[in-house]
Write a protein that binds this ligand. Structure first.
Ligand SMILES: Cc1ncc(COP(=O)(O)O)c(C=O)c1O
Length: 425
């Protein structure tokens, strides 16, 4: 049995991994194509998205083709894409929307912005929404569910869609962390009623800040466009005729992106297949090198072929062992910690969504919880989803980055094998 680095043995990963401090670049997403694309936009002097040679429109068309949907509308963030999807589908005051307790706070914030009440449900060993808890959380006020595909791993859509069908719920897929993920062969975001991408700096492809709302339904698309720009009927002659709206225009927010964002997004979309192939290669190498676990189970992935490959997770048998596991892995050269620990108020865990748990709105009369149309009785408490906190308290997550080669992924697995074998004793 190899001696743990924690006990003075040699490290399983002798050199810092790419993307970690001292380990070289994790990912270089911005290159010549992006620089040239932005320069071209600046040289034309036309930065406004509604123009005959629009880069934003080009991105929307490219993205819709790539995804395999009829319609896509670019906005300035993933949060705004989610808000547009919710509003387009008619979600608003009086409605409850079920979301997982493990997602970025923006998922909950988007529901609140639409005027609806977020209902927080448990996750399971997939680290995504637990379909059984969705079923338990349905009330007469539930209108929709938002499965979130976290860290490149699609949620358990078969079971979630089945629950949604049983209760006639709308499904908005939060694909902000899962651009290009697939489920049973279809790109995520196309299995529900609408999907949302984030193109912020930390995402699989990025234009700094940006988002995309997409759907097959023309009426939903049109309403998402209204939700994104109150002046849209004036601008959007290239896509929708001003005299032919399927539903009456309404005014909401303005989430219009600039042409520079569109230009960068086009260049980035051109890289997506390469990024996904590289990431999937890394995760494949990692999984192949992982030995049969003794102290942990692997994250449940319904359809491994559709996983984007940007992360992997293991769920250790108990919390104390998980902490010891993380400590030992860090000493081996694979820095990590449990996803939920008392030291870090991670806004991806519902427990730290203070503005939601305290039902705080920007204005008392704009509060979804106090709206006269809301007849439900949602309750929030920091410990309301004990299973979520338990799983995240035992989950260790590992990220793969473009700067890695398969040998790095194999080293990561070998560190896990080593620690697992030692802690099993
Ligand atoms: C799961 C999830 N949903 C929504 C968002 C919101 O995206 P944005 O930051 O672009 O508004 C994010 C961004 O981090 C996210 O990770």
């Amino acid at each position: 049995m190899a001696r743990l680095a924690l006990d003075g043995g040699p490290r399983a990963i002798p050199e810092p991994l790419p993307g970690s401090p001292g380990g070289g670049p994790g990912v270089s997403l911005i290159g010549r194509e992006e620089i040239d694309a932005v320069t071209d936009v600046l040289q034309t002097g036309q930065l406004f998205r509604f123009n005959p040679n629009s880069r934003v429109r080009a991105f929307e068309r490219m993205a819709a083709d790539w995804i395999g949907v009829r319609h896509a509308h670019m906005v300035n963030s993933g949060t705004s894409a989610l808000i547009c999807a919710l509003e387009a589908l008619g979600i608003g005051p009086g409605d409850e929307v079920i979301i997982p307790g493990y997602t970025y706070i923006a998922t909950a914030a988007a529901v609140v912005a639409s005027g609806a009440v977020p209902v927080i449900a448990e996750i399971d060993d997939s680290l995504g929404l637990d379909p059984d808890d969705v079923h338990r959380k349905v009330t007469p006020h539930t209108r929709a569910v938002v499965p979130v595909h976290m860290q490149g791993v699609p949620a358990r859509l078969d079971a979630i869609l089945e629950v949604a069908r049983r209760h006639s719920l709308l499904v908005i897929e939060d694909c902000c962390q899962c651009i290009g993920g697939r489920y049973r062969g279809r790109v995520v975001g196309t299995l529900g009623d609408a999907g949302a991408w984030s193109l912020n700096y930390f995402k699989i492809i990025t234009c700094g800040e940006g988002g995309l709302v997409f759907t097959d339904d023309e009426r939903v698309y049109e309403r998402a466009c209204f939700a994104a720009d109150p002046a849209l009927p004036m601008w959007m002659r290239d896509t929708i005729p001003t005299d032919g709206w399927l539903s009456p225009p309404f005014s909401a927010q303005c989430y219009r992106p600039s042409e520079m964002l569109g230009a960068i997004a086009c260049a980035q979309l051109g890289r997506l297949d390469h990024i996904l192939a590289h990431m999937r290669g890394l995760k494949g190498a990692f999984l192949r090198a992982l030995e049969e676990p003794k102290c942990y189970c692997r994250q449940l992935v319904d359809d491994p072929a559709g996983d984007c490959g940007i992360s992997a997770a293991i769920i250790v048998r108990d919390v104390l062992l998980a902490r010891r596991f993380a400590e030992a892995l860090t000493a081996e050269g694979l820095p990590c910690g449990t996803a939920h620990n008392d030291g870090f108020p991670d806004r991806h865990i519902y427990r730290y969504w203070d503005s939601i748990l305290t039902r705080n709105a920007h204005h008392a009369f704009a509060s979804p919880w106090r709206h006269p149309a809301y007849k439900g009785a949602v309750e929030y408490a920091p410990d309301m989803c004990p299973r979520t906190l338990d799983i995240l308290g035992r989950a260790l997550r590992f990220g793969f980055v473009m700067g890695m080669e398969e040998r790095h992924a194999e080293l990561m697995a070998s560190a896990i094998n080593k620690v697992d074998a030692a802690l099993a004793q």
